[in-house]
Design a protein around this ligand. Structure first.
Ligand SMILES: *Cc1c(COP(=O)(O)O)cnc(C)c1O
Length: 398
């Protein structure tokens, strides 16, 4: 697959990084379940010395991910959080990291509860507003951490515009591309220096692996992150790398179908009398509908909504009654999941912070999978039927 840079996305997803095994001709990359490699004489080896440093299964996945993001290299880690951790280790005490204010809960926790104590300074801003981005940058700013679309409010950041501002001030950029996947959005092409993934989600797509990756556009960042990968050691095992590599072969097919289902579900929810706000970048009413069309191939398969009356009880009732949607954290699998950000994924963010972004107590987040649309809608319909709204609100809508 030497020419993989010239191939279309679907071809890269299936072939990039995956060459027949030189030993046996195995078409699928073998799981090199080994910790070490034999040397012919001291220092004479085939390029593999110890599996924290190099593993052929991991390297195949890294080459595949680099191709999917049109990057120079990818570096894989034991989880999405370990990938973010590796990026943060590139900086020094006193450096400022500017992050999207509507952020994955674990990223917020890593930044504020782990790295602030080592002297990294975090600033959270609404990156939808470019004047705020410009205003937040000081001579101490070293990294802009962009999450788009955000979790769970599905707000978008204009990657191209923010990266242009960062470049002007010589600030590095890293985009958490977990929610979109490289099939929908390729930040490196829009000027980002790094892309971070929780491959646990869409890339693997089958809810059976935890894995993370950083994809970079230049050799210096690649060398620095490989150094961290080897020195710190938060590497993924070869079996997990194999599973993600297998999952990626259908990424484009899965994501396309999930987006189709999500759009129909978003429209169904908009028309439902018990639903108050629906957040989905593919709705014309989404304030960034045009940006979504420009920046993403499709608007994604995550849909959030809250309920008339905004009661936690109503949301709880709904989530306890779905049968096809499983009540669980995480996203991006072939199966549909339903979750309650305020108590689950975003439990570690203080309530006043949550409310600033619109993350109310009744907010429900759907990760729409690829089951039959009719079954998904019927499931939401029956679950919403069980929901009793607070008295006054109910009478005003019936
Ligand atoms: C899940 C997730 C992460 C963390 O990834 P893990 O693989 O769970 O460590 C980071 N960012 C986003 C947007 C996520 O959804």
């Amino acid at each position: 697959m030497k020419k993989s840079k010239e191939h279309k996305f679907a071809t890269k997803a299936i072939h990039a990084g995956v060459d027949p095994d030189p030993f046996s001709g195995a078409v699928m990359t073998p799981i090199y379940q080994t910790s070490t490699y034999a040397q012919e004489a001291p220092g004479v080896h085939k390029g593999y010395e110890y599996a924290r440093t190099q593993n052929p299964t991991r390297q195949a996945l890294e080459a595949n991910l680099a191709a999917l993001e049109d990057g120079y290299d990818a570096i894989c880690f034991a989880s999405g959080m370990a990938a973010m951790d590796a990026v943060l280790r590139l900086f020094n005490p006193g450096d400022e990291i500017i992050l999207s204010s509507d952020l994955y809960g674990g990223s917020y926790r890593l930044m504020t509860k782990v790295y602030e104590k080592y002297g990294l300074v975090s600033k959270f801003i609404d990156m939808r507003d470019l004047t705020k981005v410009e205003a937040a940058i000081t001579p101490k700013s070293k990294l802009l951490w962009i999450e788009t679309p955000t979790n769970p409010m599905l707000q978008l950041t204009d990657i191209q515009a923010v990266c242009a501002i960062a470049k002007k001030h010589e600030v590095l950029t890293c985009v958490d591309n977990t929610f979109a996947s490289p099939y929908l959005q390729q930040p490196l092409k829009m000027g980002a220096d790094m892309v971070c993934h929780s491959a646990t989600k869409y890339l693997n797509g089958h809810s059976d692996v935890i894995l993370g990756a950083v994809v970079v556009n230049d050799k210096k960042l690649s060398d620095d992150l490989h150094f961290v990968q080897n020195a710190v050691g938060a590497i993924p095992g070869p079996n997990d790398c194999f599973l993600v590599l297998r999952g990626i072969k259908t990424l484009h097919v899965r994501v396309k179908q999930a987006c189709k289902n999500a759009k129909k579900i978003a429209k169904y929810l908009v028309a439902h009398p018990k639903v108050r706000n629906v957040y989905y970048p593919g709705l014309k009413t989404h304030p960034q509908y045009e940006l979504a069309k420009r920046q993403m191939r499709k608007p994604g398969a995550m849909v959030s909504f809250d309920m008339v009356g905004d009661s936690y009880e109503a949301a709880k009732m709904m989530m306890s009654n779905t049968e096809v949607f499983t009540l669980a954290e995480s996203l991006g699998g072939v199966e549909s999941l339903i979750g309650h950000p305020a108590s689950m994924t975003h439990g570690s963010i203080p309530k006043e912070e949550r409310l600033k972004t619109g993350l109310t107590d009744s907010l429900v987040r759907l990760s729409v999978g690829i089951e039959h649309l009719d079954d998904l809608i019927a499931d939401l319909e029956q679950a919403l039927k069980e929901v009793k709204l607070p008295e006054d609100e109910a009478s005003s809508i019936s």
